[in-house]
Design a binder for this molecule. Structure first.
Ligand code: TXA
Ligand code: MG
Length: 363
């Protein structure tokens, strides 16, 4: 329980989950109104955002938020992100709105940047895991924005999956782990971004700190703020030359949930340190059905039939849009091992290195 700190157990499916299709470009008002009603009544609604599907509840309703933790089997020490319609609504739940927040909101909202700021007392402990801060973002997906506006209240929403499993970028991924555990799924098709937002802490007494790398890069944030941004230990660094000094100089902020196994498929995931093909051949030789997340220009010809190749784009945005669906698909085949070719070491791949590193943590 998020308030008492005891672990939440996963109970058998207690309810019927309703599925509503919505047009991602122009969501039907009656369907959005139906989902907003469920939220206002304390129910759980999964909805698409530009990053991944979120599992929403009315953020100022502690009972509703606790249901998110129950449905996900999420540990109560891991706080959830509050989704708001705009910066004005964000200011209604924070105790301070620094200049940096205003500048970043103007540049990146609506969009995949989450800001961690001091909370107001009316934000339930269930949302913040009892901490003094609240994480906020304005999503840019039409369905998410329409839903938040129709609900008329801030919406707490972690990713719509059982804790530690691969995040959902399609409605079918949501149903895979949450069918029977939540009230409603809005199916607005695939999420364009594909990985979670960047989580940035703005402490009043220190440099801005990336708690979770995401679609907005460190360089993009530094360009807006005109100052150095540090990366919390526990998240992979950019190239050593550009970041090791600054990152190690910063005191790491508390970043709940960041060190845990996460985003993980059922099959063990192996990050190739050199040539992916050699690793794949070795697993196939040992009789394992092996999935290979190869770059589309890598040589994947003449591999045994037990190898399933997924051709991944060479650009980080394209890779991000595909990665979770690729992992869900390999799980569904299924395969015994998943090998990912080594990702580039640059800042624009930092979020993807982070996700693959966490997905590769052994059970
Ligand atoms: O793109 C996203 O951010 C998606 C979509 C649905 O918006 N949401 C998402 O939520 O990924 P979730 O709960 O899976 O991840 C939330 C992250 C966690 O790493 C959590 O520890 C961090 O945000 N977080 C939330 N509130 C925090 C706070 N007050 N202080 C520090 N970290 C916080
Ligand atoms: Mg998550």
């Amino acid at each position: 329980d998020p308030l008492t700190g005891t672990d939440v157990r996963i109970f058998p499916a207690p309810m019927e989950t309703e599925l509503l299709t919505v047009n991602p470009a122009a969501p039907e008002p009656d369907r959005i109104a139906r989902a907003a009603d469920v939220l206002r009544c304390g129910g759980l609604v999964a909805f698409p955002t530009e990053t991944v599907y979120g599992l929403g509840a009315a953020a100022l309703n502690a009972t509703a938020v606790r249901r998110i933790f129950e449905a996900k089997g999420r540990p109560s020490h891991n706080p959830v992100i509050v989704h708001v319609a705009d910066a004005d609504e964000a200011r209604t739940v924070v105790a301070a709105w620094p200049e940096a927040a205003q500048a970043l909101a103007e540049q990146f909202w609506p969009g995949p940047l989450t800001l961690v700021l001091p909370r107001r007392p009316e934000v339930p402990d269930a949302v913040t895991a009892g901490g003094p801060t609240v994480a906020l973002r304005v999503p840019s997906h039409h369905v998410a924005l329409a839903l938040i506006r129709a609900a008329g209240v801030p919406v707490a929403a972690p990713s719509a999956n059982i804790s530690t499993s691969v995040s959902p970028t399609r409605a079918a991924h949501v149903l895979r782990t949450l069918d029977g555990r939540i009230d409603l799924v809005l199916d607005g098709g695939p999420c364009p971004g594909g990985i979670e937002s960047t989580v940035l802490a703005l402490p009043h007494d220190g440099p801005p700190c990336i708690l979770r790398p995401g679609l907005i890069t460190r360089a993009q944030i530094e360009a807006v703020l005109g100052r150095e941004v540090v990366v919390s230990s526990g998240t992979p660094q950019t190239s050593p030359a550009s970041s090791s000094e600054s990152a190690s100089a910063a005191a790491p902020l508390p970043s709940p949930g960041l060190l845990e196994r996460h985003y993980a498929p059922h099959a063990p995931l192996i990050l190739a340190s050199g040539d992916g093909r050699t690793v794949v051949q070795s697993f196939a030789g040992q009789g394992f059905r092996t999935g290979w997340l190869a770059f589309e220009d890598e040589d994947s010809a003449n591999l045994p039939p037990s190898v399933h190749v997924t051709a991944m784009p060479r650009d980080p945005a394209g890779y991000a849009a595909r990665i979770y669906a690729a992992l869900h698909d390999l799980d569904a085949l299924p395969v015994d091992r998943i090998v990912a070719s080594r990702l580039p070491d640059t800042d624009d791949w930092a979020a993807l290195r982070d996700r693959l590193k966490r997905a590769a943590v052994p059970r």
